[in-house]
Design a binder for this molecule. Structure first.
Ligand SMILES: *[C@@H]1O[C@H](CO)[C@@H](O)[C@H](O)[C@H]1NC(C)=O
Ligand SMILES: *[C@@H]1O[C@H](CO)[C@@H](O)[C@H](O)[C@H]1NC(C)=O
Ligand SMILES: CC(=O)N[C@H]1CO[C@H](CO)[C@@H](O)[C@@H]1O
Length: 594
């Protein structure tokens, strides 16, 4: 580091210390070391996160949030719970308090900066299963100013090559399972300079992360990042074209979840929060940025495969207070005999990622005694809609707009539609673009521009808003069915089907029809006790059932019984696959077909 940079760092440190002292006045007795007032600081972050206070020019989550909690913890301002608690179900546990997390992540930062030569702004691909290293490397990226690009372990060689080339990532960290695929395409990725392996064995051409971590120094100066500097890049796939790169800034993620972490996830410093989602999933970082600002503990189970019994046992065994799973997992959980389990500490449950069938909510509530608080958001945003704790839940709705977003239903020109009318679910970006929003689609100004109409960002999802301000999801734009000019959202039909005891799971898509153009087709996985019934009779019964609980024109004219539904790694139903099955590859999306 040169002298000028050293001086400016000193000034910055001094400024920070002074601010901390100012905040602390009156909080600690005169003899005690001066400490920031956690309540005040979290309240300030929350005000920023709600758009009520300006975003500071400089912000770094590791320095401003984690290192502060580490100080507070030393001074006894946190209960004796870890900040990070990892178990693998086979007896191995990792527990770090904020101090240890700080130490480990500073070591990791030295590996990234030293061994991988990563400079602020350089990009690193992070493809790890639920291992403690995922959290360490995420924090280490923030400490070094490196931009993380998370990905799932199921990426193929082609996916990897595309992602490494498009992002020009300089470094990748992964495990033995993906390393051979990286090696196979390495020659085509000239920007990739270093490869880190999280493994107990070694591999030629790869550096062993665990070994380097053990040897690394715990001293590291956190890079001073501007709030607008990039923090993460996510690849998101649309229904057409190559995946886009969504860029988020230090502040948009680092501060964008403080309010929802308190209001929706309802976290406090004594909570232990378990989100069962895959770390490769685009929004995995949501957990980190909601839990740690309020000093909560993140709990992780390695969970090599989704298993309802493991999840239920873990909830009984550990003092987990807060749980988030995708709806498909809750669907699995409610099929178990829940009377056999007792969750001692569980007090708040959340879900998101796809529409929740009211039927699953009812079952969970009646067996466990807790509501499921649904939330909705995208890779481009933070939380858009939610059912915060304490708000009346309307079953089937994804809740109300989550501040600071102004969420509206708009037509294709960006005009706001009145309550009750179905349209594009949209977030206002003019006159003011919320700070907690993606910066752009990288290298793709056309797509960035095309995502907006008038004053709004168009999510690509369809919904309506009722008179009380609750939003009701109908489906992805491409999933909505246009049958004889009636627009039918698949979610409502799926929810209706799920209410019937014969239905374990259902997915609804459009299917070609010579007269109506498209009709509603339901793919249904039957409950075991119904699987031997006469399919024709059952079809009729289900059709009558849907006519009864929704409008008659929405009933599935075609029904197929299947043994399973196609799903993404994160558990979302892939309606586009079913649609392609119906329409053929070219016409997978009938209304956009060439
Ligand atoms: C849990 O993680 C998933 C993605 O991994 C995310 O979409 C979801 O919002 C998280 N839940 C909470 C409550 O943060
Ligand atoms: C729905 O289909 C009808 C023809 O059946 C067509 O005229 C109309 O434009 C379609 N609507 C949409 C939104 O695609
Ligand atoms: C340290 C701190 O400010 N903690 C806050 C976490 O959130 C709860 C509400 O959910 C507040 O009461 C705490 O003050």
């Amino acid at each position: 580091m040169n002298q000028a940079a050293g001086n400016s760092r000193m000034l910055w440190l001094r400024g920070w210390v002074l601010q901390v002292l100012r905040n602390a006045r009156g909080f600690c007795g005169p003899q005690q070391p001066l400490l920031p007032d956690p309540q005040k600081i979290v309240a300030t972050w929350e005000a920023i996160s709600l758009g009520r206070q300006p975003v500071p020019e400089y912000f770094n989550f590791a320095h401003d949030v984690l290192d502060m909690w580490s100080q507070l913890e030393k001074a006894g301002h946190r209960p004796q719970i870890p900040a990070f608690w990892w178990v693998n179900g086979k007896g191995t546990e990792v527990k770090w308090n904020f101090e240890e997390l700080g130490e480990q992540s500073r070591k990791a930062a030295n590996v990234l900066q030293g061994m991988c030569g990563l400079q602020p702004g350089d990009r690193m691909m992070l493809v790890l299963p639920r291992l403690p290293e995922w959290w360490l490397v995420s924090v280490a990226c923030i400490r070094t100013g490196a931009v993380m690009i998370p990905g799932v372990s199921q990426l193929t060689e082609k996916d990897l090559k595309y992602r490494l080339q498009a992002s020009r990532a300089k470094s990748i960290i992964t495990t033995d399972s993906l390393a051979p695929r990286v090696d196979a395409i390495n020659a085509d990725c000239p920007f990739l300079q270093s490869k880190l392996l999280v493994s107990d064995s070694s591999r030629p051409g790869w550096m062993n992360f665990r070994k380097l971590l053990r040897e690394a120094s715990t001293e590291h100066n956190c890079v001073r990042t501007k709030s607008q500097d990039p923090l993460a890049i996510y690849f998101t796939s649309g229904t057409t074209g190559a995946p886009k790169m969504v860029e988020h800034s230090q502040a948009s993620y680092g501060l964008g979840f403080v309010a929802s972490g308190r209001r929706w996830v309802d976290l406090t410093k004594s909570d232990i929060f378990w989100n069962t989602s895959d770390t490769g999933w685009v929004k995995a970082a949501w957990t980190l940025f909601s839990a740690w600002p309020n000093g909560s503990c993140i709990f992780v189970h390695e969970l090599p495969r989704v298993d309802a019994k493991i999840i239920l046992n873990t909830l009984s065994r550990y003092p987990i207070t807060t749980l988030c799973c995708v709806p498909t997992i809750f669907r699995l959980l409610v099929q178990e005999d829940l009377t056999r389990y007792q969750f001692q500490s569980l007090r708040h449950c959340l879900t998101g990622g796809e529409a929740l069938n009211p039927d699953v909510r009812e079952k969970w509530k009646s067996h466990v005694g807790l509501e499921l608080h649904e939330g909705y958001g995208q890779s481009e945003t933070v939380l858009i809609c939610a059912n915060p704790k304490g708000m009346k839940i309307k079953s089937g709705s994804m809740g109300k707009a989550s501040p600071p977003y102004d969420v509206q239903i708009v037509d294709d020109e960006g005009n706001i539609l009145p309550p009750g009318q179905e349209g594009n679910l949209a977030v206002r970006v003019r006159p003011t673009r919320p700070f907690c929003f993606f910066s752009c689609y990288l290298n793709n100004p056309e797509k960035t521009e095309a995502s907006e109409r008038g004053d709004f960002y168009i999510t690509g999802d369809r919904a309506h808003k009722d008179k009380d301000g609750y939003f009701w999801f109908s489906g992805r734009n491409d999933d909505v069915i246009n049958s004889s000019s009636y627009r039918i959202g698949p979610v409502e039909v799926e929810n209706a089907l799920a209410e019937h005891p014969a239905v374990l799971e259902a997915a609804v898509v459009s299917s070609p029809d010579p007269i109506r153009g498209e009709v509603v087709k339901a793919f249904i996985v039957l409950s075991p006790s119904y699987s031997s019934q006469d399919p024709e009779k059952l079809t009729q019964e289900l059709q009558e059932h849907v006519k009864r609980v929704t409008a008659p024109y929405k009933y599935p004219r075609k029904v197929a019984f299947v043994s399973e539904l196609p799903k993404t790694v994160s558990g979302k139903i892939q309606r586009n696959k079913l649609r392609i099955q119906e329409w053929g590859e070219m016409r997978g999306n009938p209304r956009k077909a060439p």
